[in-house]
Design a protein around this ligand. Structure first.
Ligand code: DGL
Length: 268
């Protein structure tokens, strides 16, 4: 029985949110998905909260026009800076973000209560991960670090090049004297660099990607509210600027071929 055949909307500043789409497809294979990547305005991580909020409102208006039944903010920058305001602005559409799932995954993963968080400048500056982890896990230590060059590397498709490894080393070397046992990838672009990150941090650090837990949260929400679909499975991609890299990375991450359609997001 189909309860609600409308698609799930997912968005990010660019290709990063595809790492969340991948898990949503794994967990909810019979749901239709509409994805929006703001390729014209990436990166979000170095922009002001006001601008990121404005961009997010435009994208949500676009997704609503596509008749989505719920939205995943597949972006830590938006999740950590604007999520509550967005839910207030759009009270009639359920919005799921990636931060809470990241926090609960990290808490499950850590044994020594020393957790690292890496993300964009805006996410780290918000202090949200640190605050939420400390609310839920007593006597823990949280070490945060912004890694702003990771997003352009991922957007370029430089996932395992030597230069990528050098940049990962540059950001994470000192960070790893802290004896952390779990590292939250607090930016949805970063799982694309996972192999390079793993090489630098070694086998003893658990890499925590919030995407799986986010997909589970959406699954539970849809089920609980009788909004699930068991007859879908179509995936449609939109971008604010057309470049071949998006389609290439999309095929790499999802193992599906898609030609993203360009949308004039400024009109929303
Ligand atoms: N992938 C997004 C995040 O999780 C945005 C990165 C960016 O555009 O700077 O924060």
């Amino acid at each position: 029985m189909i309860n609600d055949a409308r698609p799930i909307g997912i968005f990010d500043s660019g290709v990063g949110g595809l790492t969340v789409v991948k898990e949503v497809i794994n967990v909810l294979p019979k749901e239709d998905i509409v994805y929006f990547g703001d390729t014209a305005r990436v990166p979000y991580g170095s922009k002001s909260k006001e601008l990121v909020y404005k961009f997010s409102c435009q994208i949500i208006k676009f997704l609503k026009e596509k008749n989505v039944k719920a939205i995943i903010i597949a972006c830590n920058t938006v999740s950590s800076n604007c999520c509550e305001d967005l839910q207030k602005q759009f009270p009639n559409i359920p919005i799921i973000e990636v931060l809470e799932p990241g926090v609960s995954s990290a808490i499950k993963s850590t044994n020594n209560r020393k957790i690292g968080v890496i993300g964009t400048e805006a996410t780290i500056k918000s202090g949200k991960y640190e605050k939420k982890i400390k609310e839920k896990l007593l006597n823990c230590q949280v070490y945060s670090k912004a890694c702003p060059l990771f997003v352009p590397l991922a957007e370029e498709g430089f996932l395992e090049e030597n230069i990528t490894l050098d940049i990962v080393k540059m950001y994470l070397r000192d960070f790893f004297k802290k004896d952390i046992d779990s590292l939250i990838l607090g930016c949805t672009h970063y799982p694309l660099l996972k192999n390079s990150i793993k090489k630098v941090v070694g086998q003893n650090v658990n890499i925590v990607d919030p995407a799986f837990e986010t997909a589970l949260k959406m699954k539970e929400y849809l089920k609980k509210n009788h909004m699930d679909n068991n007859k879908g499975g179509k995936h449609k991609f939109y971008v604010s600027d057309k470049n071949d890299k998006f389609d290439f990375i999309c095929s790499l991450v999802l193992k599906e071929i898609h030609i993203a359609e360009k949308v004039n997001i400024e009109k929303y």
